[in-house]
Write a new protein. Structure first.
Length: 206
């Protein structure tokens, strides 16, 4: 899927605005520049950032209600996937996006993007265990095994929330390994960027 096809999906299916696309263009270019000196994303994916990283992250906005006085916490944001993409899409100043990332290098990049794009989100450095996490949504991409994500979700996030996890071809295997241990309700959605990948959406009651 090329850049033009990805932008068409962003605009027409996911309802990103032209202004959002302009910001994604800047984000894309800054990521490429930064990645020459720091390992933010794998070099094998730099020619396919629009599909492999941006669209893959953007597809989850349709599972989020950006309503007043709610918040989203992105765990292990890395180079900003999906947290930055969600923050670019969000046009409600009373919906709060929070990015958790322990790498100082990656936090510096996230701060650079925040200033360059003038978008609203909060950056929490150091390990997530050092923070009190209260969020209506928890998102993860390339973070940890599902069993560990569920432990974090249930033990550290102290309110009821929706957990949205971008996973590869082993998603169902990871879910099945949990079924005897936890009582939860989940949906498994197909990814629009990879036919083998899945989006796991769970309602977690704490």
């Amino acid at each position: 899927m090329n850049k033009a096809q990805v932008q068409s999906i962003l605009l027409n299916q996911l309802k990103f605005s032209k202004k959002n696309i302009d910001k994604l263009e800047i984000f894309h270019d800054e990521l490429l520049k930064y990645n020459k000196n720091y390992n933010l994303i794998a070099n094998s994916t730099t020619d396919n950032i629009w599909c492999r990283h941006i669209l893959d992250s953007a597809q989850i906005v349709k599972y989020i209600d950006f309503i007043d006085n709610e918040s989203l916490s992105d765990m292990g944001s890395g180079a900003g996937f999906p947290g930055i993409i969600i923050a670019i899409f969000n046009n409600n100043p009373r919906f709060h996006v929070k990015l958790y990332e322990k790498s100082k290098v990656k936090c510096n990049f996230l701060l650079l993007i925040k200033k360059a794009l003038k978008i609203n989100f909060e950056i929490y450095d150091n390990d997530y265990q050092y923070h009190n996490i209260n969020a209506n949504y928890i998102t993860c991409r390339a973070f940890k095994k599902l069993s560990e994500i569920m432990r974090i979700s249930r033990e550290i996030v102290k309110v009821n929330h929706k957990l949205i996890v971008l996973k590869g071809k082993n998603a169902e295997t990871e879910i099945n390994s949990l079924q005897q241990k936890l009582n939860y309700r989940y949906d498994l959605k197909n990814s629009i960027t990879d036919e083998e990948s899945k989006i796991i959406i769970m309602d977690v009651k704490n």
